[in-house]
Design a protein around this ligand. Structure first.
Ligand code: NAD
Ligand code: IPM
Ligand code: MN
Length: 366
């Protein structure tokens, strides 16, 4: 946890401790750049690197070392993560154990994925301005089909059966829905206006058991927040609305799987996966921050990956740790880079990962 120096019994400086796990593929390119952006702000943080990922797994079979999660929770204030996924690890077991391991074992139940359009040129939709895309998806992060409950029977035979259970607990559903209403109450939009709507998205017309629980809990919790407008959409209809008119969204709360899917769709509104940031949060506990994108094997190691998703994730982490000013400076730097087209190819520029990140670092240091 935070180190504290004392002088005459008075605390003079608290440095936050950050665990850095770049992981695989482009994670190893973008995360060091995000770390350098943080350093350029002068924020009082220390970094400790961890080599958890495919290379280590292939080398010695380790995904998470013994007591790894306990160590992260005990010794660090936050965790900055890249991505996991490597074509050499077909089972994806290391991603499951490290990434989903952190989310599940550290109980990081709120996956916060802000969706913001920095410049109209980045949005594939016609006539959509930055003010039109400013919502957040709050994804339940510890339950659902991601628990991987189920099994395969009679594998390889004509009678093969595969089941994948969708686990939804009242506690799990209630805490993420409550988180959404509290988030709405305590956060403003980028233009400073208050957030006012929470929309719950499910598929309760087909998945009646789990959907029924979400519906009941949403009704109960929303009644405690009469000042906030409670809305509902089926996930299929929501996908269509997101493309047709993203202006209507404010705070969206949904389950683990739907949250995964709609946040890639939402990333598309922001300019693509290279622009999307996220936090995996349990209030009051060590939380984990990662860009929404994966390890992108085809572009890995080519200095092509957009580092802005990771850099905006670093800004999110700094704000979470109380470094509001430093966080705002990073966001302003990314916005300026986008405006001046000092960006990578995926969003219409000509810079490499390192060059785009270096521009940000220089902007922050000046
Ligand atoms: P991906 O996000 O890696 O890539 C999807 C597409 O977006 C690709 O075309 C890729 O080139 C592009 N892209 C992604 N990030 C980019 C960036 N920063 N700059 C420029 N382009 C970018 O998703 P995928 O291809 O479905 O998955 C690849 C691997 O990553 C898989 O093993 C998957 O399981 C894993 N994955 C991991 C995470 C994570 O660790 N959080 C998230 C998603 C996918
Ligand atoms: C994400 C990723 C992960 C998820 C994968 C890698 C398991 O797609 O963080 O969005 O589905 O949650
Ligand atoms: Mn995803």
């Amino acid at each position: 946890m935070s180190s504290q120096k004392t002088q005459g019994g008075k605390a003079t400086q608290v440095r936050k401790q950050i665990a850095v796990i770049p992981g695989d593929g482009i994670g190893k390119e973008v995360i060091p750049q995000a770390v350098q952006a943080i350093q350029a702000t002068g924020a009082a943080v220390d970094f400790t690197d961890f080599d958890w990922g495919a290379d280590r797994y292939l080398r010695d079979g380790t995904t998470v070392p013994p007591e790894g999660f306990a160590m992260l929770g005990r010794d660090f204030d936050a965790i900055l993560v890249g991505a996991f996924g490597d074509p050499r690890v077909k089972t994806n077991i290391h991603a499951k154990e490290i990434l989903l391991g952190m989310r599940f074992r550290m109980d990081l139940y709120a996956n916060v994925r802000p969706v913001r359009l920095l410049d109209a040129a980045l949005c594939p939709l016609k006539g959509v301005e930055p003010k039109d895309v400013d919502f957040v998806v709050l994804r339940e992060n510890t339950e659902g089909v991601y628990t991987d409950a189920g099994g395969v029977f009679k594998q390889g035979t004509a009678d093969e059966i595969a089941t994948q259970e969708d686990i939804n607990t009242r506690k799990g559903v209630e805490r993420i829905i409550r988180y959404a209403f509290e988030y709405c109450k305590t956060h403003t939009k980028l233009d400073g206006s208050p957030r006012s709507k929470v929309l719950m998205c499910d598929k309760s017309n087909a998945m009646t058991h789990a959907g029924g629980l979400w519906q009941r809990v949403f009704r109960e919790v929303s009644a405690e927040y009469p000042q906030i407008t409670a809305q509902h959409m089926y996930v299929d209809a929501l996908c269509m609305q997101m493309v047709r008119d993203p202006r209507q969204f404010d705070v969206i709360v949904t389950n683990n799987l739907f949250g995964d899917i709609i946040t890639d769709l939402s990333a598309g509104l922001q300019g693509g996966l290279g622009m999307a940031a996220s936090g995996n949060i349990h209030p009051g506990r060590t939380s984990m921050f990662e860009p929404v994108h994966g390890s992108a094997p085809p572009i890995a190691g080519k200095n092509q990956a957009n580092p802005f998703g990771a850099i905006l994730t670093a800004a999110m982490m700094l704000a979470h740790l109380g470094f509001e000013k430093e966080s705002a400076r990073i966001e302003a730097a990314v916005l300026e880079a986008v405006r001046q087209k000092k960006v990578t190819q995926d969003i219409g520029g000509s810079l490499g990962t390192k060059e785009a990140a270096a521009w940000i670092q220089k902007f922050l240091s000046s």
